[in-house]
Write a protein that binds this ligand. Structure first.
Ligand code: PMP
Length: 362
């Protein structure tokens, strides 16, 4: 059917309908050029406008200071797990990893190939239900950097206050909560994110990196894996994912039109609350995975307490048009991803469905 579904996918995930419709309109003849963006040289004037427009919108929305570079790379957030230690960790040098889920684990594993990463703290023994408290974090003063996963897509936890690492650069994997709220970029040495949740289609990775880190970076690594290569080429060292960058620019435009990050953040709070309320008011029929203080506004993870009903919950939800509510294959359960482009109506509909299901089966 032509009906748009209630899409709670974890990524790739819902995109703003307005953006999709605009892209559709411009698809075969982009603004009078007689061709699609996909058919256009990445060195042409129209693409250059798209590319630089997307960078400047990102800079504006986040008020990115001038001493930071903005890069559009490929290889997903997963390649950043390797590029970070490859560029910034020297043999024998340490880097701190704060362990809050599977993606932190993957990041740490890659760093082991290049230096001496260590776990600053881990909440694994608590099934990654929580973010560590700031008091639990002890860094080594000579760490090359400290790595943090700002939002844990699988477990449904999110940092609300980031640790102050002083002179040590703080590097954050913001794949699943980038552009979801205002943040102070100057607190970070680097931020990275795959685009496929809040920013656009998969295929583009956004990197925001402080310039002084690049000066000290390792030189003896492959050209394409050096951040400095992409800085020097304005992310056009080789052919970039042109259509993805166009979509990203249009999504940022949509964020701007919505009123910017303050408005987006408010909306996200309201959306998540509607679903968390269904969990919290269920008298234990639904149980949230994350502790209250660590709850994510992007990925709401929960179980149907009566395990025998969980399958039924997921299949009935699917039947009435909710997509993507299965938890990550590694943990099971249920997960509703409520990224920027998921409308409040979808969250309200899910919340209503949860209440109805409970009333029917309680
Ligand atoms: N980090 C986080 C927090 C993620 O959610 C994901 C993907 N879901 C990744 C890293 C890996 O991203 P990619 O698939 O773009 O490599």
């Amino acid at each position: 059917s032509n009906q748009r579904t209630f899409n709670f996918n974890a990524g790739p995930s819902a995109l703003p309908l307005e953006v999709l419709e605009k892209a559709q309109k411009e698809l075969v003849n982009f603004r009078g050029t007689g061709m699609s963006i996909m058919e256009m040289s990445h060195r042409s004037a129209p693409f250059e406008d798209i590319h630089n427009g997307a960078i400047s919108r990102l800079r504006k929305l986040y008020s990115i200071p001038d001493n930071y570079e903005v890069l559009f790379l490929q290889g997903g957030a997963s390649l950043q797990f390797s590029m970070i230690p490859m560029n910034f960790l020297k043999i024998g040098q340490q880097a701190g990893y704060i362990m809050t889920g599977s993606w932190s684990e993957k990041a740490l594993e890659e760093a082991k190939l290049f230096g001496e990463p260590y776990e600053v703290a881990s909440t694994k023994s608590n099934s990654y239900r929580n973010i560590p408290t700031l008091e639990e974090l002890q860094f080594h003063l000579d760490d090359a950097y400290v790595h943090v996963t700002s939002n844990n897509t699988i477990y449904g936890t999110q940092w609300s206050v980031f640790p102050d690492t002083g002179e040590i650069p703080l590097i954050a994997d913001m794949s699943s909560d980038i552009m979801s709220k205002p943040i102070d970029i100057s607190k970070f040495g680097m931020i990275y994110a795959g685009a496929q949740k809040n920013l656009g289609p998969s295929g583009v990775t956004v990197v925001i990196v402080r310039k002084d880190l690049l000066v000290k970076a390792n030189e003896e690594i492959p050209t394409i894996l050096k951040y400095s290569t992409h800085v020097d080429g304005n992310s056009l060292y080789n052919t970039p994912p042109t259509f993805g960058i166009y979509m990203l620019g249009e999504v940022l435009n949509w964020v701007e039109e919505k009123g910017g990050l303050e408005v987006i953040a408010k909306n996200n709070e309201v959306k998540a609350k509607v679903i968390y309320d269904a969990i919290d008011n269920s008298n234990g029929f639904y149980t949230g995975h994350a502790t209250l203080e660590s709850r994510s506004l992007m990925n709401i993870t929960f179980r149907v307490a009566d395990e025998s009903l969980e399958k039924l919950f997921l299949s009935e939800a699917k039947e009435v048009g909710f997509v993507g509510l299965n938890g990550h294959r590694s943990v099971g359960g249920c997960r509703a991803s409520t990224y920027n482009a998921v409308p409040l109506e979808a969250c309200q509909a899910l919340s209503d469905f949860m209440v109805q299901f409970q009333n029917k089966h309680n």
